[in-house]
Design a protein around this ligand. Structure first.
Ligand code: MIC
Ligand code: SF4
Length: 642
């Protein structure tokens, strides 16, 4: 039986398990990436493992999220990451060098390799034909130490692309169409694999836009083949020798097939407040726009920026619009500066930001109250922009730039002829902002400023797990709800005790206080609980507050793994209707907890307040059961080592 792309790479990297969908496997990781807001935790955990040098083919530590430096905290974190990286054999991408996923694509990604990153948009690398997966920092730390990465063998969904995008229609519209079809939970447990004649009509940066935002499907990852287009891109990056051809077998099997005719797509937008709330731009109407933000790991490539520059050239940004642009990398920004496109943007009135995540994670540029903000980013969760009442729409760079000029939601097809932008045959190559690690054996002092605080570690699971229902939330709760990240909080990613004071506060401001007063307890969630970011802080902050278990209708993949790594028991309702049988403050008990968890997947929780038994399920592998019993991955690893 023929193999698809995902299966081929997994087979090549398989360490343990059977390649049967839904069963736990482990794979060898070739490359890792971290960024600064999850990286401090990942390196603290790596240090706790006591391994002197990373064992991957290449590991890179990026600084791209926490770059506002409104106080000493960010700079402290940067120093810590720079020194700890140097000591342990990790390349360091300095602040200003760009957004991790954009730089990794340009400079380091290799088709056919595995990449594990402590950021949910790591699948950007799938645009190059990598198996690129986002995970919590602890999983990345383990991979840096040479340990395999455990995951459920995914099912593979084939997206067959035919035709060619029409003028003014963009790669962003392709992924928005996939989101419309599959929704934000449609990708859970799956790899989304792109195939068909239309693939060759998409450049690598366009493919990367599509795989990047596959994260919003909840997918394990997304991947394109590595073909002649990939070869041309790598050649233009001076890395032709990294190219290998990677195609699915002619008789490859897939679990599901979706078809998209690129000819039929038109400009789309994700309306507030979910990336799958899709509408045609032509049908949204002429809504007045207050802010336009262009950039992020989804849409900040050289090609995207050139299109934007050409649309802006000779025009002025509408007086009621604030236009901010963050080119994705130093490579992109320098090329724009050299060819004059940057001057066109500035002349039109764009506010140029450094090459970093910036407004995408609420680090500056919070919109005005009730503002309409058009963004080329990947997430429009309520409040993520830093302004709770803002209405954020996700669009292509073309729609964004067109609307910045007109001042209202604009279908760019109204502007006439689309700008022609050719893929450069040679990108500007200068890796002077990537610092190589110190040679092995050279002494490096790791600098730990006062912002670096120890992180919470769980204890062995007791024989009885009991506590109150501390909060009850609805469907699609994001990690931005669980552990909000904005310009005020992101600097404290190395300080879990402080962060925990804000845990779940967008849902209920009293949650941290209630959790502490009750010595912890349980969280009740709806479906797709924990969608979004890879931040382990969404598990560590509840751990800090004493949370013992989460009972939800279903979980998002990375968050569930982070809960298990922290020793917090993720349970799903055997009967979804039982969600209604638990209220805030109800006293819950998991009797004989250790025995129940060891015995299998069906557990019984007693709701003492209601006098009702609630059947729940835990979908844990044998290894995960041991991890939960030990009180998380670190304790488990210590036990294994002794
Ligand atoms: C995000 O886009 O939400 C982030 C910020 O990049 C996160 C990582 C983090 O929370 O630090 C992600 O996507 O994993
Ligand atoms: Fe950065 Fe936004 Fe991409 Fe997250 S989604 S890595 S915050 S640019």
């Amino acid at each position: 039986m023929g193999l698809n792309l995902a299966q081929k790479i997994i087979k090549e990297h398989l360490v343990s398990g059977e390649m049967v969908a839904g069963k736990e496997i482990s794979i060898k990781i070739d490359q890792t990436l971290t960024q600064d807001s999850t990286g401090t935790m990942a390196y603290l955990q790596f240090e706790a493992m006591g391994i002197p040098r990373v064992k991957t083919k290449k590991s890179v530590a990026y600084i791209d999220h926490n770059t506002l430096q409104a106080g000493f905290e960010n700079a402290d974190d940067h120093k810590y990451i720079q020194t700890v990286a140097s000591k342990h054999g990790v390349y360091f991408s300095r602040p200003g060098n760009g957004i991790c996923h954009q730089v990794q694509l340009e400079r380091f990604g290799v088709p056919g390799m595995t990449l594990l990153g402590s950021d949910s948009h790591t699948p950007t690398g799938g645009g190059l034909g990598m198996l690129a997966i986002g995970a919590g920092g602890l999983d990345v730390a383990v991979a840096m130490g040479g340990g395999p990465y455990y995951l459920m063998m995914p099912r593979v969904c084939k997206v067959v692309l035919t035709g060619k995008l029409k003028p003014w229609v963009a790669a962003k519209d392709v992924i928005l169409e996939v989101l419309r079809k599959m929704t934000v939970k449609g990708g859970v447990g799956k790899v989304v694999e792109y195939a068909g004649e239309g693939v060759k009509n998409l450049t690598v940066p366009e493919r990367a836009t599509i795989t990047n935002m596959g994260a919003e499907l909840g997918a394990t990852t997304s991947i394109f083949p590595s073909d002649e287009v990939t070869k041309e891109f790598l050649k233009a990056q001076g890395r032709e020798s990294d190219w290998v051809e990677l195609l699915p077998d002619a008789d490859a099997q897939y679990d599901e097939v979706i078809e998209i005719n690129l000819d039929e797509l038109e400009p789309l937008a994700a309306k507030p407040h979910s990336p799958d709330n899709i509408a045609k731009v032509s049908e949204i109407g002429k809504i007045k726009v207050d802010q336009v933000a262009i950039g992020s790991c989804t849409n900040s490539s050289f090609m995207d920026m050139m299109k934007v520059a050409k649309i802006l050239k000779g025009k002025s940004v509408h007086p009621d619009v604030s236009l901010v642009i963050a080119p994705g990398s130093k490579q992109v920004l320098t090329m724009l500066a050299q060819n004059g496109a940057l001057a066109d943007m500035v002349a039109a009135g764009a506010r140029i930001l450094e090459s970093a995540c910036g407004p995408c994670i609420g680090m500056g540029q919070a919109p005005a109250s009730d503002a309409v903000s058009l963004r080329t980013f990947n997430r429009n969760f309520e409040g993520r922009s830093g302004t709770a009442s803002a209405k954020v729409y996700l669009v292509s760079p073309e729609v964004a730039a067109a609307s910045a000029i007109t001042g209202y939601f604009t279908d760019p097809r109204e502007l006439g002829e689309a700008p022609a932008v050719d893929m450069p045959s040679k990108f500007l190559i200068d890796d002077n902002m990537v610092v190589a690690p110190a040679p092995e054996g050279v002494e490096v002092e790791v600098v730990r400023g006062p912002n670096i605080k120890p992180f919470p570690v769980n204890k062995e699971m007791p024989s009885e797990v009991s506590g109150k229902t501390l909060i009850k939330v609805g469907d699609n709760i994001t990690t931005d709800h669980i552990m909000p990240s904005n310009a005020k909080l992101l600097p404290f990613r190395s300080n879990v005790p402080y962060l925990s004071e804000f845990c779940l506060t967008p849902c209920d401001p009293e949650f941290p206080k209630r959790a502490k007063e009750n010595n912890g307890g349980f969280i009740i969630g709806g479906s797709n609980y924990g969608q979004g970011s890879s931040r382990e802080h969404a598990a560590l902050a509840p751990l800090q507050l004493g949370v013992k278990g989460v009972i939800a209708k279903s979980f998002a993949r990375i968050h569930m793994a982070n809960l298990i790594n922290s020793g917090i028991l993720p349970m799903t309702f055997a009967n979804e209707a039982d969600y209604d049988a638990i209220d805030l403050g109800d006293e819950l008990v998991l009797e004989n907890a250790r025995e129940q968890v060891k015995a299998g997947s069906d557990l019984v929780i007693m709701n003492k307040t209601k006098g009702k038994e609630i059947k729940v399920k835990v979908a844990l592998s044998g290894r995960q059961i041991d991890m939960i019993l030990a009180g998380g991955l670190l304790n488990y690893t210590r036990q294994q080592n002794s």
